[in-house]
Ligand binder design. Structure first.
Ligand SMILES: [Zn+2]
Length: 145
């Protein structure tokens, strides 16, 4: 019974969020800046950093719940034009680190990211040196497993 209402609420939220801006790349960045200022405030005990941090966090929430999708998209496009390469590089590094952690946890497989198309590739462990072909872009790699 409760589950039904939780699901209904979730559907409502999903519907509401689908017509709002949500967390685009620019919002992730604004959130990060806000977070950095709050951390600085914690260490320096200066209220001015709390204020700056709060401004960024509020700005982020205003963009997340904004219904003016075209304006928000235009802002994000400008951001991506200047910072796109950095954003994509950071995402790539995050993915590589995640796959490294996953490889350590998984006893049977090694996970790595194709350098040219960012596809995640999984190969079995314990096969020594193998040549691996990316299924998406067919770049080949020599991997020690
Ligand atoms: Zn590839």
């Amino acid at each position: 019974m409760l589950k039904k209402y939780v699901n209904m609420f979730r559907e409502d939220m999903r519907y509401a969020m689908s017509r709002r801006c949500g967390l685009d790349e620019l919002n992730n960045f604004i959130m990060l800046i806000g977070f950095i200022f709050v951390v600085i405030a914690l260490f320096t005990h200066k209220w001015v950093f709390v204020l700056i941090g709060t401004v960024f966090v509020v700005l982020c929430y205003m963009r997340v719940f904004s219904k003016k999708l075209e304006k928000r998209k235009a802002e994000n496009d400008v951001y991506m034009r200047y910072m796109g390469n950095v954003v994509r590089f950071v995402d790539y590094i995050k993915l590589v680190i995640n796959m490294k952690i996953r490889s350590i946890r998984d006893k049977e497989y090694i996970y790595f990211v194709c350098k040219s198309c960012k596809q995640v590739i999984r190969i079995p462990k314990g096969k020594n040196k193998v040549s691996v072909r990316c299924p998406k872009c067919s770049a080949t790699y020599i991997k020690r497993t």
